[in-house]
Every structure is written in C-alpha cells, then in structure tokens.
Design a protein. Sequence first.
Length: 292
Amino acid sequence: MKSVMLANHIIKYPVTVLKVVIPFLLSISPYVIAHNDLTHRIHSLNHQLNQHPHNQHNIHLLVQSGKLKYKNKQYHAALHDLQQVLQLETEHSDALYYAAQANFHLNNYQSAEQQILRFYQQAKNPAGKIKANRLLGDIHLAEHAISEAVSFYQTALNLQQQPQPNDFLHAAITAQKLPDQGQQLALTILHQGINTLGTISSLADPAIKLHLALQQYNHAIQLTDTLLKNAAGLRKALLLEKKMVIYQQLQQTSQVKHTILLALAAIKSLSHHKQQSRQVQALVARLTSSYF
C-alpha cells in the first residue's frame, strides 16, 4: 500500500522537476548521510542524559555519547563526557581509550599518553594492545620522538596476525625520518611486509626507491624482476623503465637497450587509444631519448 501511495505522490510532480530532484537525491554523499546520522544519535543521547543528569546508570550513555562525539570530531565535547565517566569509574577501558584519542587530536599529548598507558595496562587481548601501541606511536611521532614512534609501530605490527600494507608503509615512512640508518630501517620494515604479504606494489615500489637511494642496485633489480612476473601492459612498461634507469646507473649499455626494447614491446600491446594517451606518449619519449 505504501509503495502505491508513493508512486501516486511522485506522479503528481512534472517530469522536469523529477529530472532535477532525483539526480540531486542520488548525489548526496554517503559522508553527509553518515554525518547527519551521527548528529541525530548525539542529540538523542544528550536528551536522555538531560532527563536524568545524576543517574549512576548513565555511564553507558556517557561513553556512547563520548565515542559518537569523537567520531564526529567534536573532541572537546567528547572529552567532557568521557571525563565524567572516568570520575565515576577511573579505569573504564573505552573511556580511557577515546579520551586518549580526543586529547591526542587536541594536542594534549601528555594527557593522551597517560590515559593510553592506563588503557594498555588493562588490555586483555592483542587488539587492545595493538590500538594502544599505534596511538603511542602517533603521540611520539607528533612529539618528534621518531625512534620511540617506530618502536611502538613495530610492536603493533608484531602483535597483528593479519597486518595491512599501510601498517608497514606508515612504520617505514616514519623510520625514514631518523637521521642515521633511517633508510635502512625503513627497508627492513618494508621487506618484513613483503615477506608477510607477498611482493605487492604498495610495499615493493618504495622499497625499490630506497634500494636505489642506498645504491643497492642488485637488490633493486631483483625486486623489480619479481614485480615484472605478474605485470602487463603499461605497468610492465613502467617497471621496465625503472629497470632501465638502474642499468644506466650501472653503465650497462647493452642491458639498457634490451630493457628499452622490452618496454616498447609492452607499450605496443596496449590498445591504440591507450597508446595515444599523454602518459604513454611521455613514457615513449623518455624511452626513445634514452635509446637513441
């Protein structure tokens, strides 16, 4: 019955209006919808709390309100709710974690560290310890304590059964900030990720760059060859260009020419439309200028 009523209601509007309204409704960002939903839920919790301001059972509501306000980037408001929880229950796990996160985003690093350490002390599973170590890494990175930050990120990585590529990448990027041996430590972390997740481009590409920066040319070639095994088309041509650059630095002219011919052959396998793209035309120009 509701669908019939809706259909009748829509029919009342001219087609020209619907042509404007429907695309507008479809274009509404999921972020906007999520944001509006968060705001509605926050208002609902605030209403419940205002009705019974001194009820001891409001701890759960305050925690939920604090978490939602944190997710909505209302860090001061989130802290207000979470601090009330911690006054009533000093070691409340969720309140400690989200209060630490809110303090971190407000640049209150000392308070954030104190709270996340208290959270860590009572964490009973790896997931909690991973979260704590990540935040401790973020805090030390913000305070420019790079070595300590890397150590916390590595601890978080070692605790994970299924780490993500970005976890290794973030730790490696942080390690590169170290003045001494930073690049080598970053390489160690990236290769740890490659050994764990396989030779994926998100980890192998930055590893190749670091090998080249450290003049570890043979390692760079070996890693590039591993990537080439599963590469085709433009990706293959770009990897071969990298390999060509390595051979240029090694002054191995015959290998340079051979690699360029392989790259040009990979480009010829592309569709005519792709061959005419600016990116491919620029690649061809770079290859031929190196060849002739």
